[in-house]
Design a protein around this ligand. Structure first.
Ligand code: G3H
Ligand code: 13P
Ligand code: ZN
Length: 311
């Protein structure tokens, strides 16, 4: 099975009323945990690599690990650049074998975002690679970007037709109240998403796949495990799974999840090391972390995304 673009996957997801999971990858154990879960549930899969992940692991290692996972599991996988900020990083990923890239021009003006996105689309499409753009700005923290809530902004549905028409992007990430990282809503705050904006975008772009970033649910037990073994994470609230299921039944066809995998892996490794204080074989604790990723991804595929059996 090959590494494929997101085109067919997202079209099928739109028609089928479910979403494909796009999981961030940084090393072998994460890639193995995710791909095993997708293979066992027969789910379509997008593996995505941030600029930070490329800096950490190097492009060629991630590329070869994903190729190995495809050979090992027989899955079709889309390999996607997450939050490409410049034409140059998108070009490097297209040239380096990725099948999909995101150009995140959301910090620019509408006009500049269109110009940059169009430049990436022209290059990527010439090379058979799909492109995700972004309109509106999510709050939250990623490795290389931090956006305070005052600088975040919801997507304006009045802009989406012009953006998609002028850039020819294949999918569009929108901001409806999700945010990156483990602290999406303050303790006591009621999580709310702007489904009215999603509905309006869906009407303006019939048949067109929408992407939801910042979609981790921040599983409370994982935070509690981390804290019970010496961690100091503040109480965290993520996106309720019921809201993600609702978004997946609408125009949202790709749901990005990273923080939930980080929490699952870290919680399991902290627990393992606390319970096995003399263990120093990295295979033992990384293996436990890999199993935790697999369990988390299976849960997402079956109970949140609804894409099991859709590969
Ligand atoms: O949205 C961003 C992802 O969670 C990647 O995070 O930039 O820390 O690798 P990162
Ligand atoms: P989370 O931080 O909610 O997992 O979001 C990840 C993401 O949007 C990657 O692009
Ligand atoms: Zn994101």
């Amino acid at each position: 099975m090959p590494i494929v673009t997101s085109k067919e996957m997202l079209k099928k997801a739109y028609d089928g009323g479910y979403a494909v999971g796009a999981f961030n990858v940084n090393n072998m154990e994460i890639i193995q945990g995710i791909t095993k879960a997708a293979a066992e549930t027969n789910a379509p899969l997008i593996l995505q690599v941030s600029a930070g992940a490329r800096n950490y692991a190097k492009h060629v290692y991630l590329m070869k690990l994903v190729e190995a996972a495809v050979i090992d599991t027989g899955l079709s996988v889309c390999l996607h650049l997450d939050h490409g900020e410049t034409f140059e990083i998108c070009k490097a990923c297209v040239d380096g074998g990725f099948t999909s890239v995101m150009i995140d021009g959301s910090k620019h003006s509408f006009k500049e975002n269109i110009a940059l996105t169009r430049q990436v689309v022209e290059y990527a499409h010439d090379h058979g690679v799909t492109v995700e753009g972004e309109l509106g700005r999510l709050a939250g923290v990623e490795d290389e970007i931090s956006v305070s809530s005052k600088d975040s902004s919801y997507t304006d549905p009045d802009q989406v037709e012009e953006f998609v028409g002028s850039t020819n992007v294949d999918s569009l990430a929108i901001a409806i109240g999700t945010s990156h990282g483990a602290y999406k809503f303050k303790p006591g705050q009621k999580p709310e998403l702007r489904f009215d904006i999603l509905e309006e975008v869906g009407k303006r772009l019939p048949g067109f796949p929408v992407v939801l970033h910042g979609a981790s649910s921040v599983v409370r037990e994982h935070v509690q495990v981390i804290n019970s073994y010496g961690g100091k994470m503040p109480d965290a609230i993520g996106i309720p799974e019921s809201m993600l299921r609702r978004a997946a039944s609408m125009a949202v066809c790709k749901i990005n999840i990273d923080s939930d995998l980080r929490l699952a892996m870290t919680a399991s490794i902290r627990k393992y090391l606390a319970e096995h204080p003399s263990e120093f074989d990295p295979r033992k604790y990384l293996g436990v972390g890999r199993d935790a990723i697999e369990a988390m991804v299976k849960h997402k595929i079956v109970n949140v995304l609804g894409c099991d059996g859709k590969a």
